[in-house]
Write a protein that binds this ligand. Structure first.
Ligand SMILES: [Cu+2]
Length: 251
């Protein structure tokens, strides 16, 4: 499935209190957030008006039984909240987790206490096999890539996430040890990396710039330093940067 919203050249956030929108799906999420806030404000105001009205009426007269009329606002609010939740689900889950296009760029992100590693599959577009017994940061193989697998020869592992602008990305998210939380506020992405699970997230970054990738799960004593840099760059710059990174065959 192709993303519904067309990427724009620059898309600063619609709201001053949010980071800029650097992803195609960002504006729709921000508008939904604002809609939620306005509805919450309206309900808060309405609830207090009803509360004060009831208080004044009660001071003036004998208490009266309201009865079934209480169920009406309850039903309206329940319906409203279900509708908001269904819309949020379709904005986030339906578009982020399923249906990346076949041409989406594959990038693997692995969380390890206390660092993020990014792997690019190279011209064969296939990641080499990883084996837990080969994991060794000291031997420059933090992901345990098997050198005997021909697909691993052109893989590149980096400590910075560089993304081409206006190109769909299919992130494969993994964890080697505990639950880590991948969060890139400007790309409106937040997803836990769970050991034993492979989570796919697809999105299109639109606005070139340098952003922070943070771990949002308290994953151990070094959690505070578990961050990385994300760079969204034009396609030509991305190709140039990728070519300058050593492949597994030349580590
Ligand atoms: Cu972490």
């Amino acid at each position: 499935m192709i993303l519904a919203s067309a990427p724009t050249a620059t898309s600063p956030s619609a709201f001053w209190y949010l980071p800029i929108d650097a992803a195609a799906h960002g504006p729709a999420l921000d508008h939904h957030l604002l809609l939620n806030l306005w509805i919450a404000l309206a309900l808060l105001t309405l609830a207090h008006l009803i509360l004060f009205t009831g208080l004044i009426l009660r001071l003036r007269s004998e208490p009266t039984h309201i009865g079934r009329i209480e169920y009406l606002p309850l039903a309206i609010i329940t319906t409203l909240f279900i509708a908001l939740a269904v819309r949020a689900e379709s904005l986030w889950a339906a578009n982020r987790y399923t249906g990346p296009s076949r041409t989406a760029l594959q990038i693997e992100v692995t969380g390890v206490q206390f660092a993020w590693y990014f792997r690019y599959p190279g011209p064969d577009a296939t990641f080499g096999v990883t084996r837990p017994q080969l994991v060794s940061a000291a031997e420059a193989n933090p992901l345990g890539i098997d050198p005997a697998d021909p697909h691993s020869i052109d893989d590149r592992v980096t400590s910075k996430l560089v993304l081409p602008a206006n190109r769909e990305i299919d992130l494969t998210l993994r964890s080697q040890d505990v639950i880590h939380g991948l969060s890139i506020p400007e790309l409106r992405l937040k997803q836990n990396a769970i050991p034993g699970q492979t989570v796919h997230l697809h999105f299109t970054a639109t606005t070139p710039g340098t952003y922070a990738l943070l771990c949002t799960q308290l994953c151990g004593l070094g959690h505070f330093r578990m961050n990385a840099t994300v760079q969204v760059v034009p396609w030509g710059d991305y190709i140039g940067w990728l070519a300058s990174q050593p492949t597994e065959a030349h580590q």
